[in-house]
Design a protein around this ligand. Structure first.
Ligand code: ITT
Length: 188
């Protein structure tokens, strides 16, 4: 098992929701982690793995201790993968309503939610990418949610992430899959 000096990795993000969902998963897999709020540098790329590696480098340089960071993207088939690596920007500008409008009445609602997790301890860097396939709903559904949760229905389910309880979302999410791959390597 790799350990930072005080035993806890830092999960660095400006988005507390990510950490709140990552914490029970990592804890359950024996990884100690604490939240560090920061908005990290994002290089421009269509590839989440490239973006997340640069974010991890930036986070390590700022904190000087082992970190994990995450970069996510919602890839909509009928929009040629948009918003993909630009999901955060799209949410801040056109929002979920804008993405639904772009899709209009298109019958092809297929999409993929991907998560890339990167670890950096100054000497070693690793990246783990995982995805969940699903559909974009016709309209937002569910309450008390964040990001694209109201419009993403994972395959095999009939609820959007926003309509699920926290345990059910965590049980099916892109984030959990990427974190499990990370923890398998990290805990060793
Ligand atoms: P960082 O500071 O960690 O970069 P961010 O919110 O900018 O936080 P990303 O660029 O990784 O995060 O995320 C892309 C977008 O996808 C962003 O708008 C998130 O809100 C959204 N998103 C990621 N995971 C999600 C999830 O599980 N449910 C809903 N929306 C999600």
């Amino acid at each position: 098992m790799r350990r930072s000096s005080d035993g806890a990795l830092r999960f660095v993000s400006s988005n507390r929701h990510k950490y709140d969902e990552a914490l029970p998963v990592l804890r359950g897999l024996g990884v100690r982690v604490e939240y560090e709020r920061a908005r990290l540098q994002e290089v421009q790329s269509d590839d989440l793995a490239v973006i997340v590696r640069a974010k991890a480098r930036d986070a390590y340089c700022r904190l000087g201790r082992p970190v994990i960071v995450e970069d996510d993207g919602l890839f909509v088939e009928a929009l040629s993968g948009f918003p993909g690596a630009y999901s955060s920007h799209a949410l801040r500008t056109i929002g979920v309503a804008g993405v639904l409008k772009l899709l209009g009445g298109n019958g092809d609602r297929r999409a993929k939610f991907s998560a890339a997790i990167a670890y950096d301890d100054g000497s070693e860097g690793r990246t783990f990418v995982a995805s969940v396939r699903g559909m974009i709903s016709e309209a937002p559904r569910g309450e008390k949610s964040w990001g694209y949760d109201p419009v993403f229905v994972p395959d095999g389910q009939d609820k959007t992430f926003a309509e699920m309880g926290p345990d059910q979302k965590i049980g099916t999410s892109h984030r959990t899959r990427a974190l499990e791959a990370f923890a398998e390597w990290y805990v060793g």
